[in-house]
Design a protein around this ligand. Sequence first.
Ligand SMILES: Nc1nc2c(c(=O)[nH]1)N[C@H]1C(S)=C(S)[C@@H](COP(=O)(O)OP(=O)(O)OC[C@H]3O[C@@H](n4cnc5c(N)ncnc54)[C@H](O)[C@@H]3O)O[C@H]1N2
Ligand code: MOO
Length: 407
Amino acid sequence: MAISVEDTINIISQLHLKQNFEIIPIEDALNRVCAQNIYATSSLPKFNNSAMDGYAILYENKDEELEVIDTVFAGDNNNTLLKNNCCVKIMTGARVPNNTTAIIPKEDTHKLNDKKIKIIKNVKKFQHIRYIGEDIKEDELLIKIGENINFSKITLLSSQGISHIKVYKKPKIVVFSSGEELKLHYEKIQDHQIYNSNTPTLIARAKELGCDVRFIGQAKDSVDAIKELIENSLDADMIITSGGVSVGDADFTKEAFNELEFETIFDGIIIKPGKPTVFGKIGDTLILNLPGNPLASAMIFEMFGKLIIQKLLGSNEIYPNYIETNISQDFKNKAGRITLLPGFFDGESFNVCQKRSPGMVSTLSNCNSMIALNENVDFLKENAKVKVLPINWKFFTEIKKDFLTNE
Ligand SMILES: Nc1nc2c(c(=O)[nH]1)N[C@H]1C(S)=C(S)[C@@H](COP(=O)(O)OP(=O)(O)OC[C@H]3O[C@@H](n4cnc5c(N)ncnc54)[C@H](O)[C@@H]3O)O[C@H]1N2
Ligand code: MOO
């Protein structure tokens, strides 16, 4: 029996999955999920240092003529201390003499002779000193188990001299479709046949999301042919199929799975499109049977398949997040089931895509997000509030926009 969207999300979020790990160099860790808590090995800055090229002084000497007694460069291991009415010439990043109470930028001084300077601007106590630990404190938690390693985590790791980390293994995913009418894009087709666009789509998306994806061809519409593909894939963490889940005479996918001790987790989701989605497992391999209709399969994958993958990746971010905005036009909806609507969020409002029948293939290439309307919504007035679920974000546009915040 079909279950609610709420139950679907709860079931997925509560899946207990075996999580294997490996230790890899940080250069290879981009887009992987961290499998250990990582703590700072040392404070940053490691020592008080100068934020400017200039002079280290004692604040109380700011109005005096100062004698330059030493020069310190970044990387010098210098222990000079400041004396009364003296200063030390210092470069950005260099360790400041221990008793320094202000740094004076070079341009705020006047050179009296080779050995003497005078400060010509106001000075604030402790200005331009970068203090030990103000960025990172030794032993501070830097990266938590379940966090994604992106470029900014690479910053943290490399700044700490951490060369290797423990990450979860990439989930192994197998994708195939069934349907006698389908041929793969590199095959010749006849007039009564169509190209299988779901398999390459799902392979691409699962790869984008950080999975190790295997292509094993395509099943003919016979129980035995589908069984062969399934049996060949039971070492994977998840098998994703599309098509053959409905009630048609040639829908053998369900039958094939059932002959292989398929345990149903749910059979149908009360949602539009994509109701005939089946989820289950054979042993430890999860099985997601998506509907054949291309848009339905892609949207269900975006809504729920992605959550399953977040779980398989070991991520601690497993719930959909949204951006609130307004709908750009009045919108009429057939109430009854939660409805997924693909569209385009242009940064100011959400525009529902007009071409969006479940069987279409072109829709998502013109979309960057979707909204989910509750089952009782039959009308949304222009400017009504909506919650946008991003599909794929690099948030750029073809039109140059003014992105500056004023006031
Ligand atoms: N009598 C009923 N008929 C249908 C129902 C229903 O409830 N009662 N549900 C409809 C809905 S909704 C959907 S969704 C589809 C689901 O059908 P299947 O998952 O069994 O998919 P197929 O019948 O195999 O194919 C549907 C459609 O999609 C095309 N397709 C399939 N696989 C691919 C692929 N890999 N790449 C591109 N296109 C694909 C296929 O040619 C069909 O046009 O059932 C409805 N019918
Ligand atoms: O629900 Mo079907 O999944 O509309 O195309």
